[in-house]
Ligand binder design. Structure first.
Ligand SMILES: Nc1ncnc2c1ncn2[C@@H]1O[C@H](COP(=O)(O)OP(=O)(O)OP(=O)(O)O)[C@@H](O)[C@H]1O
Ligand SMILES: [Mg+2]
Length: 498
């Protein structure tokens, strides 16, 4: 099976001030996984939205199964065999899982809508074939983001489509769920579907895809068989230059202990016991498997979650951090893992989204805000994080997914925290911009801040941190020096209390 299932030719799309797509080509063969790669803002999601009828292309042709098509809406695309799992989840959170699955196409029998129980049965059938273990009656908002993502994936698959687009599907999935998704994708491939797969995770791409198309600045750069590409070649094609080092030189020097955490235990969470110290100018990594309590360490420390017991001492003085507000006052900042779901004010512009957490810094005489200062700080953020945007007045929701994240990172850096807590700081960020973020983290440590960083990417922990705390089963399994350890040592510790 080698014939083209989908052909997009010479696609062009312009937004005010941005040429998002400029003559892009994409050919997807039947029964293959086609990876679409490029830096943040390269145009990947826009190209897919043009296919899916969310955006209308300015020019170019789309041929599906030998027939020219132009879908006017997502509904029309779905009815014609094209489904898409979006980068931003857009679900009815107050409704049940099964409602979300069938919304807009409630199953009918003899011309009437089927009953709730029938709907539940059909949902269970779909979940069973896909091995998804989510309660169809559960209210969406009560599920963790990773399960909501699985529901979205099940929904796309349930349309029995010829083409399924996955736009960064794994950014919030756990490792087991990723494996699970890959099995689903392989099953779809064997059925003869064409899969379009967007991700910034290089290892994933090389593992799952047959063909790779690389885009840069809205242009088509190359399409090659995955087997002929190495990670370095992909990076080079994406950024347009050789990227010799993935990590900046480590120039920070840890000094005296500023933070001492003893036997931190969460009330309603998996966190059983975390004891550790953080030095001034130090970058402390937290490693561990999914569910080991990595994120919970940060959330308990920051007061997002209620602590059961334990003590936190900052500069020799005991503090409580009972709520995020209190923690911010104490000089802490937390960049959450789910920043896209929880941190973005979509219709506000980039400036508002940048300065929202540091408003006190722009007060003049305690009453009004200095616009000049806010504009300056936003400019700093745009430059430091290489945020791709026409102006700072642009609504944040019109930025690419990765660029939205960069705005949120800038927001927290502007609160000038003394202790900065980062949960998966480079998730969804392209390789080039990752380097910039690593550099910023090291710069902050150089300025004397203490940084604690949770990451599931081992090379990143080894490349950026000074020390790494390894969590296992809700407790600290060990502490290693980043310079003198290995992935194997960390993995062995991570499995200690599993
Ligand atoms: N609705 C819109 N209005 C204005 N500009 C837009 C809109 N949607 C996308 N853009 C712009 O088009 C360009 C391409 O964005 P796109 O979302 O396709 O990037 P991407 O390759 O998916 O990036 P990422 O990896 O960050 O998700 C960006 O410069 C973005 O700001
Ligand atoms: Mg995108």
């Amino acid at each position: 099976m080698d014939s083209a299932l989908l052909e997009m030719r010479n696609i062009t799309k312009e937004f005010p001030g941005v040429k998002a797509l400029n003559g892009v080509n994409l050919t997807v063969r039947r029964g293959t996984v086609h990876a679409l790669m490029g830096e943040n803002g390269a145009g990947k999601s826009t190209l897919m939205k043009c296919l899916f009828g969310i955006y209308h292309r300015d020019s170019g042709t789309v041929t599906l199964d030998g027939k020219q098509v132009e879908f006017k809406s997502a509904k029309e695309a779905l009815e014609n065999g094209v489904a898409m799992v979006h980068q931003e989840l857009n679900q009815a959170l107050t409704r049940s899982v099964q409602d979300n699955l069938w919304l807009g196409r409630y199953p009918k029998k003899f011309g009437v809508m089927v009953s709730e129980s029938e709907m539940k049965k059909r949902t269970e059938e779909i979940f069973k074939t896909l091995n998804v273990t989510v309660n169809p009656k559960a209210i969406m908002s009560t599920l963790p983001v990773s399960q909501r993502q699985m529901v979205e994936i099940a929904k796309a698959v349930s349309y029995d489509s010829k083409i399924i687009v996955f736009d960064e599907p794994t950014s919030s999935l756990t490792e087991t769920e990723v494996e699970h998704l890959f099995r689903i994708i392989n099953m779809l491939r064997d059925k003869g579907c064409g899969i379009i797969y967007i991700s910034h995770k290089m290892e994933e791409i090389l593992r799952i895809s047959d063909d790779v198309t690389i885009m840069r600045d809205g242009q088509w750069i190359a399409t090659r068989p995955a087997s002929e590409l190495t990670m370095d070649e992909i990076i080079k094609l994406m950024v347009g230059r050789e990227l010799t080092n993935r990590f900046p030189p480590k120039t920070n020097k840890p000094e005296d202990v500023i933070l001492d955490v003893q036997h931190l235990k969460g009330k309603y969470t998996r966190l059983k016991d975390a004891t550790f110290q953080l030095r001034k100018g130090e970058i402390l990594g937290i490693a561990g498997l999914d569910g080991s309590g990595r994120t919970e360490v940060l959330e308990n420390l920051f007061g997002v979650m209620t602590k059961e017991s334990g003590t936190i001492t900052l500069h020799g003085k005991q503090i409580k951090n009972r709520s995020p507000k209190e923690s911010i006052k104490n000089g802490f900042a937390l960049l959450t893992e789910e920043r896209r779901a929880t941190g973005i004010f979509g219709i506000r512009d980039i400036k508002d989204n940048t300065v929202i957490s540091s408003l006190n810094d722009y007060l003049i005489g305690g009453i009004c805000l200095s616009d000049k200062k806010m504009v300056e700080k936003t400019d700093w953020g745009i430059k430091a994080m290489h945020i791709k945007t026409p102006t700072q007045k642009t609504q944040i929701r019109s930025l690419s997914g990765g660029n939205q994240q960069k705005v949120i990172i800038a927001r927290w850096l502007l609160t000038k925290p003394e202790v900065l807590l980062l949960d998966e700081p480079t998730r969804g960020i392209d390789v080039g911009a990752k380097y910039e973020i690593y550099q910023l983290i090291i710069d902050l440590a150089n300025e004397g801040k203490g940084v604690i960083m949770v990451s599931s990417e081992m090379p990143e922990l080894l490349g950026v941190c000074d020390r790494i705390l390894v969590m296992s089963g809700g407790q600290v399994a060990g502490e290693v020096d980043a310079k003198n350890t290995s992935q194997e040592e960390i993995l062995t510790l991570a499995a200690k209390y599993v």
